[in-house]
Design a protein around this ligand. Structure first.
Ligand SMILES: [Fe+2]
Ligand SMILES: [Fe+2]
Length: 758
């Protein structure tokens, strides 16, 4: 719990011209202010496939986040989120005094494997553009550096100027990108700034004159000792260097002890740490579970046991959601100068038990990398054990190697004294087979490279599997049973197998063959059948669904069942392939009209947009010989006036806002953007076919609408169930057609295709 601290003391110090002597320099308390918006970070969300947290500081209470996908360069489809910040006047009062509104937006509905751009704004001050990329299911590479010590002045014992330090960060990122490809995000093991309490350090780190590192990437940072430091002391005990010397554990019971205040005031990390330690957190990026340990808090006399317990619980809870575990903290696992165990002993039993693949750390300003270690020794089984890394720094105070005691345990160690600019960073590429680690210096030379073989099989996260499984619908007609899946999920499914009555078996391979359905035909009509559906995902895991499905009465004698809205009437028409003596029309399961012709009329006033119409064919004796349902639903025509316009969009918006439960058939027709539900996106899509009329809605046909990236209608075609789009994309002068946003074969629902041109 934060508490307003001794402001009186601060004012006295300012009045007296409070000065601090540190090393050879003298610095003064400074009054700083955030001009507009600054200190902007994309932080990991709990699951970076869909979740990222944007945090920033604002000078005004109200500010906003404006974000969109990177392909929407002019922000035409951007979303805006208004935020009222939390006023923070207590975090930075000891060295640089700064008060600001801390703002945080937890984005939850992001598209996987997608680059985003964003800006923040207060009044008319707009930030520079920042970027992040969400996780996907395939390979990715993240950058890793430590001990940046960003600072806004020279003349410390830092070995290079403040500017050179930031330039070096950019040089290393450029070299890494050249060597390992585009980086998906950045991870640090702490000491991002020289003094956490110096707001000016953070402002410097957020500038872009010398590096755009913080604006180009999502940053997963860990607190180091320097994030904890005030200017007055190098001790984490802040203002109490001596007060608790005899019993350091007491410091954690002191409400005046600010511990991770600076880190948390700056970053917006997931709030999923152990109770009372909100600078520990975990997140999933693709196939990796990342565990951030605040090593300042995890000493024996502090919160080590609580953090260890949390670690175990998080890993267990995420079982089935990861293939690899990466743990990271600031303090080193092993002493880079001597090879002696520094803090590995606090964790290696847990890392062994839960199969942590890679453990990253920093602080020592030199590089050390272990072999695969298990139980404190070299593992004799490559399916067991952890690689421990101590990262080099950016630029300053390189340490010399002394004597190594445990030389056998390590694969590589080197002082950055030997590296140009005393600097290096790493890239880690994650694939289904393993993780490849590379250490690079500023010349782009690879100074160490090793591969960690995957101990666990490739795994798709449970939420992906559940969504893919849920998107499969089973249906029957008179003599067949079929499974259809949402084409967007085909990439995750290796095989769908249908077994009917334990004997008829058929399957399809959605991922390999781009087939989204399988159908077992030739089965007895008018019968209840046992149906088993086995789904095998691309990670090899399986899910089974069992049900009973009935094949219908002779519903197939009715053809071309169609609806047309004309003036005040809805006209229902049909053809039959066998003789029928008369017909009955039902509306919402109530008998409405009878007819001896092949059409009937219904008053529009008796209908709703989602009315169900049923047609029954009767034989000469008056017995129903077949029955079939149809929904007029919509093609967007919500008010049944045979026109599609913005009135329809507002009706749909209204229904959505009232939480209308759309039935399966409605979804099939109204879900124009193919996300499996009827929502506001579909209302928007209605506008893409605005000003067209519905001439006829025929059973088993769907409307495929082709729009450009701005939603303007280019063309549309009526396509029969299961058929392919036959028209070609309209030609646009001076542009080349590149493809559609969705698969356009085997159409099984209304569909809006975005046509891309270059
Ligand atoms: Fe450091
Ligand atoms: Fe450090």
């Amino acid at each position: 719990m934060k508490k307003i601290r001794k402001l009186v003391l601060f004012f006295i110090l300012v009045v007296l011209g409070f000065s601090i002597s540190y090393a050879s320099i003298t610095t003064f308390a400074t009054l700083l202010s955030v001009s507009g918006v600054d200190i902007i970070y994309a932080n990991p969300g709990e699951n970076c496939m869909n979740e990222v947290t944007i945090s920033w500081h604002s000078s005004k209470a109200n500010s906003k986040l404006i974000y969109t996908t990177a392909d929407d360069k002019n922000y035409e489809k951007a979303k805006t989120i208004e935020v009222t910040g939390i006023y923070d006047e207590t975090s930075f009062i000891y060295y640089d005094v700064c008060k600001f509104y801390k703002c945080r937006v937890d984005l939850k509905d992001l598209k996987a494997n997608t680059e985003y751009i964003y800006k923040v704004q207060t009044d008319n001050i707009v930030s520079r553009e920042h970027k992040f990329k969400t996780a996907g299911t395939g390979s990715f590479t993240f950058g890793y550096m430590s001990d940046i010590h960003a600072v806004n002045y020279d003349n410390l014992d830092l070995g290079m100027t403040a500017v050179k330090k930031l330039q070096t960060v950019q040089t290393l990122i450029n070299r890494s990108t050249k060597e390992s490809g585009k980086l998906d995000f950045m991870l640090t093991t702490g000491d991002e700034v020289w003094r956490g309490s110096q707001y000016s350090n953070w402002l410097e780190w957020s500038k872009n004159e010398y590096t755009t590192a913080t604006e180009d990437y999502l940053w997963a940072g860990a607190p180091g000792n320097h994030e904890y430091y005030t200017q007055t002391t190098s001790s984490v005990w802040n203002y109490y260097p001596d007060k608790y010397a005899s019993d350091p554990s007491k410091i954690y019971e002191d409400p005046d002890y600010f511990y991770n205040t600076y880190f948390n005031a700056i970053k917006g990390v997931p709030q999923n740490g152990p109770e009372g330690v909100n600078s520990c957190y975990w997140f999933l990026y693709g196939n990796v579970l990342f565990m951030c340990i605040d090593s300042m808090q995890s000493s024996e006399y502090a919160k080590l046991s609580i953090i260890r317990q949390w670690f175990k619980e998080v890993v267990k809870k995420n079982e089935g959601n990861y293939q690899y575990i990466v743990a990271y903290q600031h303090y080193p696992w092993y002493d880079f100068q001597t090879g002696v165990d520094k803090y590995a002993y606090r964790w290696n039993d847990i890392f062994d038990e839960f199969g942590v693949d890679l453990a990253l750390s920093g602080h020592m300003h030199g590089y050390l990398r272990s072999k695969q270690l298990y139980n404190g020794a070299i593992s004799d089984d490559e399916m067991k054990g952890t690689y421990y890394v101590v990262s080099p720094q950016i630029g300053d105070r390189p340490k010399a190697i002394t004597a190594y005691n445990n030389v056998d345990l390590f694969g590589c160690w080197e002082s950055t004294i030997n590296y140009p600019d005393y600097s290096a960073m790493s890239t880690i590429t994650v694939t289904k087979e393993g993780m490849t680690y590379k250490l690079l210096n500023v010349k782009g030379e690879v100074k160490d490279e090793f591969t960690i073989k995957a101990k666990r099989p490739y795994i798709l996260q449970n939420q992906i599997k559940e969504a893919a499984f849920d998107s499969i619908t089973l249906s029957s007609d008179s003599s067949s049973i079929s499974a259809h899946m949402d084409p967007n999920n085909m990439q995750y499914v290796k095989n769908i197998q249908l077994i009917i009555d334990n004997e008829k078996v058929k399957s399809c391979n959605p991922d390999a063959n781009k087939v989204s359905y399988v159908s077992v035909s030739g089965i007895d009509t008018n019968k209840v059948h046992d149906c088993v559906m086995n789904v095998t995902f691309i990670d090899g895991s399986k899910k089974t669904y069992q049900t009973k499905l009935a094949t219908g009465a002779k519903s197939n004698i009715i053809n071309k069942l169609a609806l047309e809205s004309t003036g005040a009437k809805m006209k229902l028409s049909w053809e039959v392939s066998e003789n029928a003596s008369s017909y009955k029309v039902y509306v919402d399961d109530k008998e409405y009209a009878s007819s001896s012709n092949n059409y009937a009329e219904i008053d529009l006033k008796d209908l709703k947009y989602n009315s169900k119409y049923s047609l029954a064919c009767l034989d000469a004796s008056g017995k129903i010989i077949c029955m079939k349902d149809i929904y007029y639903t919509n093609y967007g025509d919500m008010n049944l006036d045979n026109k599609i316009d913005k009135n329809d969009a507002s009706i749909l918006v209204d229904l959505i806002l009232k939480n209308k439960d759309f039935d399966e058939t409605s979804i099939k027709f109204i879900d124009n953007n193919k996300d499996g539900r009827v929502d506001i996106g579909d209302a928007y899509k209605i506008l893409s076919c605005a000003n067209n009329t519905i001439d006829k809605i025929k059973e088993g046909t769907y409307l495929v609408t082709i729009v450009d990236v701005d939603g303007n209608l280019l063309a549309f075609e009526e396509v029969s169930e299961g058929a392919d789009l036959s028209i070609t994309a309209p030609t646009i002068a001076g542009k080349t057609f590149k493809g559609y946003s969705n698969p356009y074969k085997n159409i099984t629902s209304n569909l809006v295709l975005v046509a891309y041109y270059e």
